[in-house]
Design a protein around this ligand. Structure first.
Ligand code: TYD
Ligand code: MG
Length: 454
């Protein structure tokens, strides 16, 4: 006999407590506890598929089916997934409302359908007519896509079993609910339980499932840590409402790299892939303005040239402000200290702002050289030549260190039309081709600033 019990759960992080609490001891949010009733039942592993698997299985005896992938036909999406979607995998696509998640997945289903056949799109948010209007806009019509407007998870799974599609989309996990729990759809308990059930279904049926999740104010999908560890792959769809480009970023991927990004542009007829992102990110670059430089970074497997800006101005407060958008704040502070000590630039009383144009985030140390030169350029009020781009890691003693994949970066720069590259001396010695660029190898920060700012 199953027993009904109630407990209280933090709606932000999923922390459970037998009694109501005003403040969550785990994530410190206030007034976030709601009562949840759960039917107590034995824990089941989502990956365990049949009863026989209770017995250990020889590694050699397991069939390698997981690596068969279905391409979505959208190259940017496929690359982010690691080369297409894996059978039986669960992919969570998160993002702000209105960013284009439903659009992206309807386009992906259309591509998948061309390769694999029958698809199922389940929406708990929009009516069939609304989806039809969007499909017309995206010119998705001939493909074998079945639509269902349903929010009950049990009914969703019944339909999926009946029509057995080759892939399905659940739009969105916050509207789905399972009858086993009495809490409201969108609560942590519901979201977690529904995701676990979908995971179990995907593993048993080998049907890949895309789950759409809305991001909460705090920037996490239905509370942090709640869904991310259940699913196989977590993708975030980001972008500025003011701009038309969107970035699909991998946060977690059991079947591929987590460094990949896919870049799209929202147009009148849906999302368009951006084949040449460097050109897009450099398109509005101001020329002959101090504090602007171009760095060559590698995102996953692809080189990307972006503009990095710095603004250095005298501070009107006792403690100067330091802000960085798109690069690590601590890294910027470290590089400011290197500039002060090794290049003799006084930044003590200065406010310093750093920004990567286009809303990108760069965690690679190769952008160090860009940060250093942008700050120096702004501090000395000297613009950097518009046809220079650079990359290199900066060490604490002011030395410039070589970075990986220098040839890739040089090639991309030359393709975009740059004439000069300033790189680590270690990279210059080993480069195989200069791609028609005049390449300057620098050993330390002083040499670099001499080469660029004169
Ligand atoms: P949508 O996919 O509904 O966003 P989400 O599912 O993430 O909430 O798309 C949101 C926006 O995209 C909407 O404001 C309209 C815009 N849009 C276009 O600009 N072009 C298009 O072809 C489509 C379908 C949508
Ligand atoms: Mg939507």
């Amino acid at each position: 006999m199953s027993k009904i019990k109630t407990f209280f759960q933090c709606q932000t992080c999923g922390y459970g407590s037998p009694k109501w609490l005003g403040k969550c001891p785990d994530c410190n949010s206030w007034n976030s506890f709601a009562e949840e009733k759960a039917v107590a039942r034995p824990q089941r592993s989502a990956v365990r598929q049949t009863k026989e698997h209770v017995e250990p299985v020889s590694l050699r005896a397991i069939e390698d089916t997981a690596q068969h992938r279905i391409p979505t036909g959208i190259q940017e999406f496929d690359r982010v997934l690691g080369g297409g979607v894996v059978h039986g995998s669960v992919v969570l696509v998160g993002g702000d409302p209105g960013i284009g998640k439903s659009t992206l997945l309807l386009q992906a289903l259309s591509g998948l359908s061309r390769h694999a056949g029958k698809m199922l799109y389940i929406s708990g948010e929009e009516s069939l007519q609304q989806i039809k209007i969007r499909a017309d806009r995206l010119s998705v019509s001939d493909e074998d896509i079945n639509l269902l407007t349903e929010t009950s998870l049990e009914d969703i799974l019944d339909s999926a079993k009946k029509i057995s599609p080759k892939a399905m989309v659940v739009d969105s996990i916050q509207t789905a609910f399972t009858q086993e729990l009495v809490s409201a759809p969108g609560s942590v308990g519901q979201v977690r339980e529904c995701a676990a059930k979908l995971m179990l279904f995907a593993k048993r049926s080998h049907i890949p499932i895309f789950i759409i999740g809305h991001v909460t104010k705090e920037g996490a999908i239905a509370g942090p840590r709640v869904l991310e560890h259940i699913v196989d792959t977590v993708l975030y769809f980001e972008g500025d409402r003011g701009h038309s480009y969107r970035i699909l970023r991998t946060i977690k991927n059991r079947f591929g790299s987590t460094n990949e990004i896919g870049i799209f542009e929202m147009s009148d007829s849906g999302l368009r892939e951006v084949d040449n992102p460097s050109e897009l990110f450099l398109s509005e670059r101001p020329l002959n303005v101090s504090g602007s430089t171009v760095v060559a970074s590698i995102e996953g497997t692809r080189p990307l040239l972006v503009e990095l800006q710095a603004l250095v101005s005298p501070s009107s407060f006792g403690v100067p402000r330091r802000t960085s958008i798109g690069v690590d704040f601590n890294r910027v502070n470290l590089l400011i200290a290197v500039l002060e000590k090794r290049a003799g630039i006084h930044l003590g009383g200065m406010d310093i702002f750093i920004n990567i144009v286009g809303g990108l985030k760069m965690i690679e140390p190769a952008v160090d050289l860009g940060i250093i030169t942008a700050i120096a350029s702004s501090a000395r009020e000297r613009p950097i030549d518009a046809d220079i781009f650079l990359f290199g890691e900066v060490g604490l003693s002011g030395e410039i260190r070589a970075v990986a994949q220098a040839d890739h970066r040089l090639k991309e720069g030359s393709k975009i039309g740059f004439a000069k590259a300033v790189i680590a001396a270690g990279n210059e010695e080993k480069m195989r081709n200069d791609y028609g660029l005049s390449v300057i190898g620098v050993k330390n920060v002083e040499e670099c600033l001499d080469a660029i700012l004169g």
